[in-house]
Design a protein around this ligand. Structure first.
Ligand code: ADP
Length: 355
């Protein structure tokens, strides 16, 4: 199906020193241009790996709305970056057989941006708004009647001669994606008929994603090598696909065989300093500080940020979530504490030693 896109901003979230992290779950700068024609994106429910429950719920809703010939209910997808929210929206538009208009909240700052988006829609079309929690109040207020009553309320003219004009809209589906569902206003949240969360992927799902991607880019990879890559992908398909491309680059230069084996994966990711759990130099400095200087904690976020020369928000939103997810870190009322598992892991693995 046709895709109309005006996504402008996917922050790659570089660290404070302006460097981009290979294991960041946000798009890196050089991926921004490619993301619109991402050849690795699944195009159907069958191709979409993992997220079994979410798929089950959405497949039923999509099938029912196709059967009734109606637009799908408005849908909110939430979860960390890189887990497949955009991909799922595109899958749904394919399965519905309708066009997808892709945009993001920062591209909808002025009322005329929203009007431009909603006007001239064909019935049942899908509109995808990324980072929907960032929509400003005026844009949100234009969307409320559009979502609820299929009505666009416009003010025509200026000053005392201004008047309100309502335009009727065809039935449509708004898919909103957010990494911060709590930041959404409650009237906005209430207007979504379906709300679904995407979770981090299991190693076995990631391995399947890696095998599928390898196949699509004509790369042969051994079972063990795909397992190793899966373990280093931080539960995130975007990172898995990025690592596989870096491994391919490495193999093209350094390997005589055209099969990616576990040694090539280890050598390539050693070079990028991504270890066996997907931790990079930033994660290790963070753990090292807690383990070596503060006997494991508790330590306040501000203190850690100052000692590492990082911004506290970067630590909180980019570094810590994965460490917590793998059970290496706890946020307590008294500060950050590393777990015994993290301490053991840190002491056994040095940056250049990948087990
Ligand atoms: P988000 O919108 O949540 O930030 P995307 O939908 O852009 O994430 O997905 C990031 C990348 O991961 C895409 O390039 C896509 O190819 C891949 N991807 C995401 N989810 C899946 C999945 N379930 N199966 C296979 N590939 C996936």
């Amino acid at each position: 199906m046709a895709i109309v896109s005006s996504i402008t901003n996917h922050s790659p979230l570089p660290n404070d020193k302006g460097e981009e992290r290979l294991v960041s779950s946000n798009l890196l700068k050089d991926e921004l241009k490619l993301s619109k024609q991402d050849s690795l994106r699944p195009k159907s429910f069958d191709e979409f790996v993992g997220q079994a429950e979410l798929k089950k719920v959405l497949e039923i809703s999509v099938k029912a709305s196709v059967k009734r010939g109606e637009a799908l209910d408005h849908l909110m997808l939430y979860g960390p970056p890189g887990l497949g929210k955009t991909t799922m929206a595109l899958v749904i538009s394919e399965e519905l057989g309708v066009k997808a208009r892709m945009t993001s909240a920062p591209a909808l700052e002025r009322p005329r941006d929203i009007v431009g988006l909603l006007i001239n829609m064909q019935p049942r079309e899908l509109i995808f708004v990324d980072e929907i929690h960032r929509l400003n109040r005026i844009s949100q207020e234009l969307l409320y009647p559009a979502m609820e009553d299929r009505r666009l309320d416009l003010t025509v003219g200026k000053g005392t001669s201004s008047r309100m004009r309502s335009i009727e809209l065809p039935p449509f589906t708004l898919v909103g994606a957010t990494t911060k569902p709590a930041a959404l206003s409650s009237p906005m949240r209430d207007r979504f008929g379906i709300t679904q969360r995407l979770d981090f992927y299991t190693y076995s799902d990631l391995q399947n994603i890696i095998k599928r991607s390898a196949n699509l880019i004509n790369l042969s990879i051994t079972e063990e090598a795909s397992q190793q890559l899966a373990r280093r992908s931080r539960g995130t398909p975007r990172i898995a696909n990025r690592l596989i491309r870096r491994v391919r680059d490495y193999a093209e230069v350094h390997s005589s065989s055209n099969i990616i084996d576990v040694q090539v994966v280890k050598d390539a990711l050693d070079l990028h300093r991504v270890d066996q759990r997907g931790l990079d130099a930033t994660d290790r400095s963070y753990l090292g500080l807690l383990v070596n200087q503060y006997q494991g904690g508790p330590v306040g976020l501000e203190t850690l940020a100052a000692a590492l020369g990082e911004d506290p928000t970067t630590l909180e939103t980019v570094v810590e979530p994965y460490l917590m997810q793998i059970g290496f870190l706890q946020r307590t009322a008294r500060g950050r504490v590393v777990t015994p598992a993290a301490e053991k892991y840190y002491l056994l693995s040095s940056p250049n030693k990948i087990c």
